[in-house]
Design a protein around this ligand. Structure first.
Ligand SMILES: *Cc1c(COP(=O)(O)O)cnc(C)c1O
Length: 351
């Protein structure tokens, strides 16, 4: 439990005093349910399915998510992919050329890119060899301008989850915001940190429809946090950041949770088979534990093996330049046939 935390102390001064843009649909909200004549937003009146502006608060999508995840709608913010959500967090809380964030390589590259774009110093603290955060080393980097700590768990590209004790220790001891990126949580046996939101007012959780939900193309990222944090982010988000087509497709998919669960289950079964088969491939020296829909393996010569796979028509991700990932390839779990072809190709190039 964290008791002395006040998020208002972290908000940038200009954001605190900002007067948000009020769109037509903010002023009169009941666009979908009412029989009113809408002459307020300069839209083309002839119906084609998308001639109207979308709901700026995406209330239907949030209602579904609220039920599925058992969390209040007021604790949800949606964005054009997680990447927009993460950018909003930077812009609300990090003062350019003054504040810093802490990231734990090897990890998702966007945190560093967004820090760069927003002119925020990125203090990188390497994970341990077992890809866990090192609490003492992290806390040593913290000063009064450290606004955000990014924890990607399960982590991309290593694939493992951080242990709950370490995450809880960081949530307690770090007095800025802790963003836990749960892009891969649906493939993991670990619990989501969602149920701990009430306990940690500095916790922000991001998820996405891009991986388990199979909707990378519609760009829908989800942020869960205290109502207070969500209110702050809502003040700065572009009014119509999630388009109508995206909202429709998300609603469709979120109302078919059994279909999604089946696909996730099949991917996890395939993951088990792939992990077993990889053990027989002689160019693979190490298979890292995974809670994700990918596995990171260490091979003899990553760049050579990467090129050989390309020549066989298979594209994997070469992570050899990332910290602690020397000679590592990241392999996404595909369809059963794709996985067989990957294994076959790996066996052939190993001969
Ligand atoms: C794929 C991925 C995302 C997803 O980003 P979107 O913008 O929602 O597609 C977020 N975080 C991590 C760690 C990822 O690997």
């Amino acid at each position: 439990m964290k008791t002395t935390f006040n998020v208002q102390n972290l908000v940038r001064a200009n954001i605190k005093t900002l007067k948000p843009y009020a769109s037509a649909r903010d002023e009169y909200k009941d666009a979908t349910t009412s029989e009113m004549i809408f002459l307020d937003a300069n839209e083309n009146p002839f119906e084609n399915g998308v001639n109207r502006y979308p709901d700026p608060q995406q209330r239907s999508v949030k209602e579904l998510l609220s039920t599925i995840k058992n969390i209040d709608s007021e604790q949800i913010l949606l964005g054009n992919g997680s990447d927009e959500v993460l950018d909003l967090i930077f812009r609300a809380f990090c003062e350019p050329n003054q504040d810093n964030i802490i990231t734990l390589p090897p990890t998702y590259g966007m945190y560093a890119v967004l820090a760069n774009i927003n002119a925020i110093e990125n203090r990188a603290v390497l994970l341990t060899k077992g890809f866990q955060p090192e609490v003492a080393a992290i806390l040593k980097e913290v000063d009064e301008n450290s606004k955000i700590l990014f924890l990607c768990s399960p982590n991309n590209p290593s694939g493992n989850s951080f242990t709950a004790e370490i995450v809880e220790d960081l949530l307690t001891k770090f007095n800025g915001l802790v963003v836990i990126d749960e892009a891969y949580i649906d493939f993991s046996e670990q619990n989501s940190w969602l149920e701990k939101l009430a306990q940690f007012p500095n916790l922000i959780i991001t998820q996405t429809l891009s991986k388990a939900y199979g909707l990378a193309g519609i760009r829908l990222g989800v942020c869960y946090a205290s109502e207070e944090i969500i209110k702050i982010l809502n003040r700065i988000k572009p009014p119509y950041n999630v388009n109508e087509l995206t909202q429709q497709r998300a609603l469709e998919r979120l109302s078919k949770t059994a279909v999604v669960a089946n696909e996730v289950s099949e991917i996890k079964q395939q993951r088990t088979l792939v992990l077993k088969a990889l053990k027989t491939v002689s160019c693979i020296q190490r298979i890292h534990p995974t809670d994700c829909n990918f596995v990171m393996v260490q091979v003899d010569h990553a760049t050579a093996r990467y090129k050989q796979l390309i020549a066989k028509g298979i594209v994997v991700r070469n992570r050899t330049t990332q910290a602690l990932c020397e000679n590592c390839l990241r392999l996404t779990i595909g369809t059963p046939l794709e996985n067989q072809q990957l294994i076959q190709a790996l066996i052939e190039i190993s001969l």
